[in-house]
Design a protein around this ligand. Structure first.
Ligand code: S3P
Length: 449
């Protein structure tokens, strides 16, 4: 994988109205899963609209390392010839997931039910992130793990003999943990049960069912989500169209709301209810957002989102909404900086273990640009109105920190600089060009390091 040897600083300037109608690269969560599940089906799956970002390309390389045939056709369609669930082959060497948390955690689930060693490595950000949350249930299912202290990468794991299905109550609201357990269960005889006290994005469940897995989702007497998966299915190859990524759309939407006179329409955005918490919150803040052309595509809701410049006001975001907008808090904090009054965001413990400690990175970036904010252990309060800007922000190998503060610079009084724009390629290659095409003023600086 690419390492960020040369940091590329970027500066965003107060911009004229942004306008345009366009679609965005495919959803990252769905793209990872499409490659993995296709690699576990017998026969050829076709994927169009795949997000071709560093994170997803790492997953494509991983599936090849396990023996699947993964081809990118001249027609833009990805063709994956799968090996069958349980049919992965021993990789020749360590698998490098770069910055990709979803890629590595879900692949660990698959690898845990194969009787050979897999070794996983990643960049400095991924190597600092907790893997114990995934390893703990996988160990309970019988997998052997050798990991650096604190269960961090690099680590190796091997499927045990025997492996047994478990019933697992997910202790943190994490779709990655849920998915890793289900993917391990896929290759284990019997029923694996996952209980989610707090529901999270359900792309794994929807897509596995689409591939023909025997999977039921229900609710127990305590209101918890219960997912039951019967192991050893024959997964059937699929044709998948990946919808636009709502987490990428978030940057465009907030840019449209805060840059005076803007009017943006983003087509074909995924509108799965587990991903639309930001839209709800922005509407509560007074955002002029319109959703049109709502329809179903491949079992997922999609639609077009129009965002126009709006006078925003601060709100209190209900903590229970966090799983439905967990990746969107950095850019919500930018919207909050331009809103009248205080925005209170709570229940954000998970933000501390993302690609960076996002609570800390956002608070530092806001302060560096003259925005009044208060960082708590699990909360962030932003008092908005006029944003001075003029600061330089450390992006900490975190694509969403990089894009959030560039968006801030488009409407702040003074330019905003980020020390490194290279991480943007992990989820949104083409972001800078797209923004420039809509009217945004973003300049590349010299290599910063
Ligand atoms: C993801 C789940 C979330 C999210 C990540 C993608 C997924 O992580 O932050 O960007 O595709 O399952 P957690 O499971 O750690 O909440």
């Amino acid at each position: 994988m690419k390492s960020h040897l040369t940091a590329q600083s970027l500066t965003a300037y107060r911009s004229p109205p942004l306008s345009g109608q366009f679609s965005l690269p495919g959803d990252k969560s769905i793209s990872h899963r499409a490659l993995m599940f296709s690699a576990m089906a017998v026969g050829e799956s076709k994927i169009s609209g795949l997000l071709e970002s560093d994170d997803v390309l790492a997953t494509a390389a991983a599936m090849r390392a396990y023996g699947a045939d993964v081809e990118h056709g001249d027609d833009g369609v990805w063709r994956v010839s799968g090996l069958g669930s349980g049919g992965f082959l021993e990789p020749d060497g360590p698998i490098d997931f770069g910055n990709a948390g979803t890629g590595v955690r879900l692949t660990m689930g698959i690898a845990a039910a194969h009787p050979f060693a897999s070794t996983f490595i990643g960049d400095a950000s991924l190597s600092g992130r907790p893997m114990g949350r995934v390893l703990e249930p996988l160990r309970r299912m019988g997998a052997d793990v050798i990991a650096r202290s604190g269960d961090r990468l690099p680590l190796s794991l091997r499927g045990g003999d025997p492996m047994a299905p478990i019933t697992y109550r997910v202790p943190v609201a994490s779709a990655q943990v849920k998915s890793a357990v289900l993917l391990a269960g896929l290759n284990i005889e019997g029923v694996t049960t996952v209980i989610e006290p707090v529901a999270t994005r359900d792309h794994t469940e929807r897509m596995l069912a689409g591939f023909g897995a025997d999977l039921q989702t229900g609710t127990n007497a305590d209101g918890e989500t219960v997912i039951r998966l019967t192991g050893m299915p024959d997964l059937k190859p699929q044709t998948i169209v990946v919808p636009g990524d709502p987490s990428s759309a978030a940057f465009l939407i907030v840019a449209g709301l805060i840059v005076e006179g803007s009017d943006l329409t983003i087509e074909n955005v995924l509108l799965n209810p587990a991903r639309t918490g930001l839209l709800t919150t922005l509407q509560e803040m007074g955002a002029d957002l319109a959703i049109a052309n709502e329809r179903l595509s491949g079992g997922e809701a999609i639609g077009d989102i129009r965002a126009r410049h709006s006078a925003l006001r601060g709100v209190t975001v209900p903590p229970e909404r966090a799983p439905f907008m967990i990746d969107e808090y950095p850019v919500l904090a930018i919207a909050a900086a331009f809103a009248e009054g205080r925005t209170i965001m709570d229940g954000l413990a998970e933000l501390r273990v993302k690609e960076s400690d996002r609570l800390d990175a956002v608070a530092r970036g806001l302060k560096a640009n003259g925005v009044d904010c208060e960082e708590g252990a699990e909360s962030l309060t932003v008092t908005g109105s006029l944003v001075p800007g003029g600061g330089t922000v450390a992006t900490c190998l975190d694509h969403r920190i990089a894009m959030s503060f560039l968006v801030m610079g488009l409407a702040a009084a003074n330019p905003v600089t980020i020390d490194d724009g290279a991480p943007i390629a992990t989820s949104f290659p083409g972001f800078i060009d797209l923004m420039a095409g809509l009217g945004a003023r973003i300049d590349g600086g010299a290599a910063a390091a």
